[in-house]
Design a protein around this ligand. Structure first.
Ligand SMILES: Cc1cc2nc3c(=O)[nH]c(=O)nc-3n(C[C@H](O)[C@H](O)[C@H](O)COP(=O)(O)OP(=O)(O)OC[C@H]3O[C@@H](n4cnc5c(N)ncnc54)[C@H](O)[C@@H]3O)c2cc1C
Length: 272
């Protein structure tokens, strides 16, 4: 039987430098855990047939500290995030999100870099990284650039990533305050989020949402309302005006807005 994978042209890189050289010379799509790419190939939603397998690049797999910055390698899997004492201590909301991604097989193969590059508004790590003010580290043969997550996404499934660049890491500065994550889907596991949120309650309260806009969003007006002492009912009103979710196959805009408002209330009471 022929499948989409019968037709693909795959090169495998054994070092980051080799991968960047190949991306610089040839037009190839990086493939990490392949959990999104494989689905896109089989559903015929990608025209790509020339791939560069980066799975073997162990230099991109680490989860480490540089000073007080948590550095998550692009190839860090959800399982690695779940098991990492550094993630559990510094960014527990990422461990919570990782535990709810797909099933164990997807957690073993799916990577953080893949979730970010795939740029789905429903990517579960994205509200966490947005609430943590994370920085995406991009590298090409021309050098490295650091892009704040808020500037990385330019529209629905669109990013500033160039064809000659790889995401090599995501950097997370210290996050002060209580962290909170919640995903609402059709069922507890193996479900794409209808609404996914991450919040931090501390000196600078942050609230980020996925699946309510073409890109992950920070609810800045709601954050400002809470910071200036608004009641939670007032903040929920602000959030209801601030987001404009759409109807799609998974949910309606009205349902998403109601859920987002209720999650804000839950965030506020759970972190009190
Ligand atoms: C059954 C199933 C359940 C799932 N459940 C969830 C879920 O609950 N929550 C969720 O958020 N996602 C879910 N996903 C989606 C997917 O697993 C995640 O988005 C995962 O993080 C993708 O990582 P990957 O390494 O497999 O990416 P890949 O499929 O390898 O790549 C995805 C995209 O990112 C690009 N890319 C990958 N790595 C890099 C890099 N380092 N630099 C530049 N570009 C790169 C690729 O070119 C491609 O465009 C699910 C998928 C499946 C099949």
């Amino acid at each position: 039987m022929r499948t989409a994978t019968s037709e693909i042209d795959l090169r495998r890189a054994t070092s980051v430098d080799e991968a960047l050289a190949i991306l610089g010379e040839e037009r190839r799509t990086p493939v990490a855990g392949a959990t999104d790419v494989y689905v896109a190939l089989n559903f015929g939603t990608t025209p790509e047939r020339r791939f560069l397998d980066i799975w073997a690049l162990d230099e991109l797999r680490g989860i480490t500290m540089r000073g007080d910055i948590l550095v998550l390698g692009a190839l860090a899997t959800y399982t690695a995030c779940l098991r990492s004492p550094l993630v559990r201590e510094r960014l527990p909301m990422l461990a919570e999100a990782s535990a709810l991604v797909g099933g164990v097989q997807i957690q073993n193969r799916g990577t953080l870099g893949g979730n970010v590059a795939n740029a789905s508004p429903a990517g579960d790590s994205l509200p966490v990284l947005a609430a943590a003010d994370a920085i995406v580290v991009l590298r090409s043969l021309a050098g490295e650039r650091r892009v704040p997550l808020a500037e990385f996404f330019t529209g629905y499934r669109a990013t500033v990533l160039r064809p000659d660049e790889l995401i090599v890491a995501v950097e997370v500065p210290p996050v002060a305050g209580k962290q909170w994550f919640r995903k609402v889907g059709t069922r507890a596991a193996q479900a794409i989020s209808k609404v996914v949120v991450a919040g931090v309650r501390g000196p600078a309260t942050r609230f980020a949402l996925g699946s309510v806009a073409p890109v992950v969003v920070r609810a800045r007006e709601t954050e400002r309302a809470l910071a200036s002492g608004a009641s939670i009912d007032e903040a929920m009103e602000v959030l209801g005006r601030e987001i404009a979710p759409i109807d799609d196959v998974r949910s309606t805009g009205d349902y998403r807005r109601t859920v987002a408002r209720n999650l804000l209330r839950r965030f506020w009471s759970d972190t009190a």
